[in-house]
Design a protein around this ligand. Structure first.
Ligand code: 9D3
Length: 251
């Protein structure tokens, strides 16, 4: 996969290109990366690529011509690439969307700074607008890197263990169960006995129940439109019964 970022801050991408599984996969040739600085296409010697908004108001807007030149350069290097504008107004980034993007041969990631980009850039290009959550960050670079990481780890050869991506939380639509390693006791807390029982059927059942319990408590909306397996349905019933039992025990 060829990823090109149109950004004023190409150096920020060292975080993804130089570290961890994504860094290793880049060195292994699983993916390629280039950053393109729209400043190189500024029409003035000082390299300004932002200007004041028509209609007034605070902040600056990234100008269309230098952004278009940068996008055209990126497109010329990977004509089939999907263009993406990281924007607070975009559709939410989900695991499902990351899976879809992992099927692309290239991505061109437009990273905004200031108040955003001239709307005509978005009208002129076939471009998907994507947001990373309902919170405000200072520019598109960190969201772009989150998207890159989420997509890249789905490519064959990025994760060492082939099971890891498939077993991820959200891949199966539930939050993850708790995990434990040595020592067996920490701060007077023991590892749940079932995990040391060696009974793999019981362990799988305990983990699924924990995952369901946490999802119900923290992200009930994830359970709402999910088709439950018979085992999940019966575990969920068990959880709800225990929920009702607790207040009685406390009286
Ligand atoms: C005053 C209105 N703000 C829009 C919500 C201004 C504004 C805030 C932050 C304009 C641009 C930005 C920079 N943010 C991003 O580029 C961004 C982002 C985000 O802030 N939240 C979630 N996802 C994303 S993707 C890109």
């Amino acid at each position: 996969m060829h990823i090109q970022a149109v950004t004023l801050f190409g150096g920020m991408f060292d975080a993804v290109t130089g570290h961890g599984v994504t860094g290793r996969a880049l060195r292994d040739g699983v993916w390629r990366f280039d950053s393109i600085n729209p400043r190189q296409f500024a029409d003035n010697p000082l390299g300004y690529i932002d200007d004041r908004p028509f209609g007034g108001g605070p902040g600056m807007i990234m100008m269309a011509p230098p952004l278009q030149a940068a996008l055209d350069l990126a497109r010329s290097q990977c004509p089939a690439a999907q263009m993406i504008y990281l924007s607070p107004q975009g559709e939410p980034l989900t695991h499902r969307l990351a899976e879809a993007l992992a099927g692309e041969s290239g991505l061109i990631l437009l990273c905004g700074r200031y108040e955003g980009v001239d709307e005509r850039v978005l009208q002129h290009n076939p471009i998907r607008e994507i947001a990373v959550g309902d919170f405000v960050v200072s520019g598109g670079e960190l969201p772009a890197m989150m998207l890159m990481d989420a997509v890249l780890r789905l490519l064959p050869g990025v994760l060492g263990d082939a099971r890891s991506a498939a077993e991820d939380s959200f891949a199966h639509g539930l939050l993850d169960c708790p995990h434990y390693t040595r020592p067996v006791e920490f701060q007077n807390m023991a590892v749940p006995a079932v995990l040391r029982s060696g009974n793999h059927g019981l362990i799988a059942r305990w983990r699924l129940k924990q995952a369901l319990q946490r999802t119900l408590a923290r992200r009930p909306e994830l359970l709402a439109d999910r088709i439950l397996t018979p085992q999940e349905a019966s575990l969920l019933q068990e959880i709800r019964q225990e929920e009702r039992a607790i207040p009685l025990e406390q009286e």
